[in-house]
Design a protein around this ligand. Structure first.
Ligand SMILES: Cc1cc2nc3c(=O)[nH]c(=O)nc-3n(C[C@H](O)[C@H](O)[C@H](O)COP(=O)(O)O)c2cc1C
Length: 492
């Protein structure tokens, strides 16, 4: 359907509404509706409790210095949620190899403060549960009053400072890869803390970086967003009821265009998480060569690696990776056991060092994590332009989808109106027959089925009135479709 689809459906709906409501008893309908105009189909906002982002896009945290205050502040300023990733953040500090833990905490504090200076938008922090200094990083995040903390790479269940988080007002969103994990986290939170998280991020198999799936699951339709987002939304319903608040699902992994965003929101998600698109922005905190690797890579170069942390990851498979797979082992010094599960002695390389090299532009001594769609990136743009492009794509998709649904509803109303016309004619017919019967009845008592005609008349009248209510309902539903879109909207 072209762009005029929604306009013609709306103008038909307007005409039908006016005509129908002129007939008794629905005059009021037109009076209520006549002031409504065509919707803009701009972004619905993302609400997580009292936290509101104007645009339903969360920039996925990208560790080891890819998403710091520069990118996070730009995304937040544009209306989305900007996220600073805490893992490996201390590699930006001079003393990381002397005291990695202290360097991490200091760097995170600095980056949250820098982001806060740049924007009043929504700033989050991504912390991997598997990190050895997870709890300390979380403390810094709470102290520095980030708006929301995303916790992935492990189940955020045990020993969480939930009371402290509630006091500070920080929102919590676990990152999950199944409805089962979602339910387990929520069930355990309820049991331990008599509370539940505020939102859930579902990271699908097309994402970049470490993935919460086996290699076989990555291509399996049962693990894709289309399949799992509705399941996760459903899994949260009992908790939403019990705790009396809505728990939005934020879904990501391979989301590339505004049209994709519309499709994911149509699955029941309240927002998307995107990372790959944000790497190719001026404000991304990585070196230009890292960003250029996104522009230059081909689909064939993107593949799966076995990361030393024991999970698959998606990356541009360069020589460094192939050498490592063939057993080549660059000499490296493990600064400290930053990941509880990492077996540095068995690993062919240190993933933090490799990622940090790539972040600094020394790509041959490391590698570049990417989402499955990174090969589609063809330029590096400002965050604001990317957001505008996504907004336009979303608008086009929303217009098209709502236009199609509205056209279908209008066709149904037209069918009901035709039925009404038929029934109206039938009412007149019976009334005429009744009149005739009445006169002949007066002349010839007892021969004409007067009573039968009266019953028929009443039955058709009742059907007609039912039908009119159905039409009124269908018209109201159609307008609700239009107005809901308007109400959800803030601005692009
Ligand atoms: C370069 C890069 C680094 C990433 N690092 C992390 C990370 O440190 N922690 C994390 O939870 N997710 C990480 N991710 C995953 C993203 O946050 C995001 O959920 C995912 O990439 C979304 O898919 P997309 O890239 O197709 O938009 C990373 C992704 C990329 C591309």
């Amino acid at each position: 359907m072209n762009l005029s689809g929604i306009d013609s459906a709306l103008s038909n709906l307007r005409k039908l509404t006016e005509e129908f409501s002129q007939s008794l008893p629905f005059k009021g309908l037109w009076e209520t509706i006549r002031h409504l105009s065509a919707p803009n189909f701009t972004w619905p906002e993302l609400r997580i409790g009292n936290l509101v982002a104007r645009i339903p896009i969360v920039q996925g945290g990208m560790g080891v210095g890819i998403s710091l205050s520069g990118l996070a502040a730009a995304v937040a300023e544009a209306g989305g949620i900007g996220v600073i990733a805490a893992n490996g953040i201390g590699l930006l500090e001079k003393d990381y190899y002397q005291d990695g833990r202290a360097a991490n905490l200091r760097a995170l504090r600095k980056e949250i403060r820098k982001a806060r200076e740049k924007t009043e938008g929504v700033i989050g922090v991504n912390i991997m549960v598997a990190l050895d200094d997870f709890h300390q990083l979380l403390d810094v995040t709470i102290e520095e009053k980030a708006d929301i903390v995303f916790m992935g790479a492990g189940l955020p269940i045990k020993d969480l400072p939930v009371a402290k988080m509630r006091e500070s007002g920080i929102k919590v969103a676990p990152i999950v890869s199944s409805a089962r994990a979602t339910d387990m986290i929520f069930r355990m939170w309820k049991k331990i803390y008599q509370d539940v998280p505020d939102a859930v991020v579902f990271e699908g198999p097309m994402a970049g970086g470490h993935l919460g799936f086996t290699e076989e699951q990555l291509e399996d339709p049962n693990f894709q967003l289309e399949h799992l987002v509705p399941q996760i939304v459903d899994a949260l319903v009992p908790y939403e009821k019990e705790f009396g608040r809505s728990i939005p699902v934020i879904a990501g992994g391979g989301v590339y265009t505004g049209e994709d965003i519309h499709a994911v929101l149509s699955l029941g998600a309240s927002a998307v998480q995107m990372a790959t698109r944000f790497v190719a922005t001026d404000e991304c905190d990585a070196d230009q060569k890292f960003k250029q690797a996104y522009v230059d890579c081909t689909k064939e170069q993107i593949g799966i690696i076995k990361s030393p942390v024991g999970m698959p990851g998606r990356a541009i498979r360069n020589e460094f990776i192939i050498d490592a797979e063939n057993g080549k082992r660059p000499t490296f010094k493990c600064a400290w056991q930053c990941l509880a599960s990492c077996k540095a002695d068995d690993a062919n390389y240190c993933i933090s060092i490799a990622l940090n090299n790539a972040r600094r532009g020394n790509i041959n001594h490391g590698f570049v994590f990417v989402g499955a769609n990174a090969y589609r990136v063809n330029s590096i743009v400002p965050v604001a332009s990317l957001m505008n492009e996504l907004g336009e794509g979303y608008r086009v998709a929303a217009r098209e989808t709502i236009g199609q649904r509205l056209a279908g509803m209008v066709a149904k109303i037209q069918e009901l109106l035709r039925e009404q016309e038929g029934l109206g004619a039938r009412v007149k017919e019976i009334a005429l027959a009744y009149e005739k019967a009445l006169t002949s009845h007066i002349r010839d008592l007892g021969r004409v089925p007067l009573e039968q005609l009266r019953l028929q008349y009443e039955a058709v009248l009742a059907t007609l009135s039912d039908l009119q209510f159905q039409i009124a309902e269908a018209i109201a539903d159609s307008w609700a479709l239009v107005t809901q879109q308007r109400n959800m909207v803030k601005a692009v």
